[in-house]
Design a protein around this ligand. Structure first.
Ligand SMILES: [Fe+2]
Ligand SMILES: [Fe+2]
Length: 261
């Protein structure tokens, strides 16, 4: 089973880079299943139902979220219809589905979205309690692969999570910081990276317009949230799982920067 995970899709340029590069990536890596984090798809904050459908049309099979899950309130009205959308399993409001099971070829993949607690203390419930409930509920489903998008700020917290669940989970893929880390590794039989990075404007401050951030942070000016329209980087992770023993057997970081003209 070959899975591609794409990092946080940020704004218009992030969506466009997926549209432009995903078809060839799927072909080159012979991908069976594509997961992407879409929490920043709608102008950097949240996702709309229209953009959710657009990203599926571009070739994504399932979309995870994060701390910005419900930043665009309208998505809440579509959580039942959007059957490929996965909301944080440990969000205090418990909206939508925290995990979903997909049948790919003759295998079952359970994709889970889980928030870290560092800096999300106000709205993230204990991830371990919610994960254990999920394991209980899916016990009879004969899931072949459990893949977690662990959406958090702190590297150490992500590492603790994977060490605790190694061998039980097939993959733990960190999202949220928008900066790809170079620590991809198979721990036991679990594929891991602290942060997969983003699909969004490369020349920016994690997707946001640099000038606007300087005005806000250095000059203390009141600014309007502005997403950069510079060309986008695509960051992702390729993972191959053995169809026999279900262990992660290969992991590769993918990072395609925009060409300099
Ligand atoms: Fe986030
Ligand atoms: Fe993000």
């Amino acid at each position: 089973m070959k899975v591609l995970f794409l990092g946080d899709i940020v704004g218009k340029k992030g969506r466009e880079v997926i549209r432009d590069l995903l078809p060839s990536l799927k072909k080159d890596y012979k991908i069976d299943f594509v997961i992407a984090n879409g929490e920043n798809a709608a102008h950097g904050k949240g996702i709309t139902y229209k953009l959710y459908n657009q990203l599926l049309e571009y070739g994504i099979d399932c979309i995870t979220l994060g701390n910005h899950a419900f930043s665009k309130k309208e998505i809440i009205d579509y959580l039942n219809q959007a059957d490929k959308l996965i909301c944080p399993i440990n969000h205090i409001n418990q909206l939508g589905k925290g995990y979903r099971i997909f049948k790919i070829k003759d295998k079952k993949i359970c994709v889970i979205n889980c928030l870290g607690t560092f800096m999300f203390e106000d709205y993230a419930l204990d991830p371990y309690k919610e994960m254990d409930k999920m394991f209980k509920k899916t016990r009879k489903e004969n899931v072949d692969y459990y893949i977690v998008d662990f959406h958090g700020e702190a590297t150490a917290e992500k590492r603790v999570f994977v060490e605790y669940y190694k061998n039980k989970l097939s993959a733990v893929i960190g999202t949220h910081t928008h900066v790809q880390t170079a620590d991809e590794q198979i721990i036991g039989s679990t594929a891991f990276i602290s942060d997969v990075g983003m699909c969004g404007p490369f020349d920016s401050i994690i997707g946001r317009d640099s000038e606007e951030c300087i005005k806000k942070m250095v000059k203390k000016e009141k600014t309007k949230y502005t997403i950069s329209l510079n060309p986008a980087i695509l960051c992702g992770l390729y993972i191959e799982f053995s169809d026999n023993n279900k262990k992660a057997i290969d992991i590769k970081r993918i990072q395609i920067r925009p060409s300099i003209k």
